[in-house]
Write a protein that binds this ligand. Structure first.
Ligand SMILES: [Zn+2]
Length: 100
């Protein structure tokens, strides 16, 4: 799979970060980095998107400033697979609740 960013925290999988790509249980490459994912499971399973933004801000903020980093991460992270899946889950649960 050609994943260019960690699908949880948005870490770019460029040449410098390639070694940080986490593996699935079977040893194949996952879509996540080793800060987020280990042996087929999320390390912080309960983390929310807001938590993940705050994790990224100090790193990205060093380059572009904290305000800009927070803005960029808040816009970018919801496009990643982990958070899209969760949003759909919440949405479908919401539908379930409102229809009963
Ligand atoms: Zn990650």
């Amino acid at each position: 799979m050609n994943t260019t960013h960690c699908q949880s925290c948005g870490l770019p999988f460029d040449a410098a970060h390639e070694s940080l790509i986490a593996t699935e249980k079977d040893g194949s490459k996952s879509d996540y980095c080793s800060f987020c994912y280990k042996d087929g499971e999320f390390i912080q399973a309960e983390a929310t998107i807001a938590d993940m933004v705050e994790v990224g801000v100090p790193h990205l903020g060093r380059k572009i400033g904290e305000e800009a980093a927070r803005e960029q991460l808040s816009a970018f992270l919801p496009t990643l697979r982990r958070w899209k899946m969760r949003e759909e889950l919440i949405k479908s649960n919401g539908d379930l609740i409102s229809s009963t």
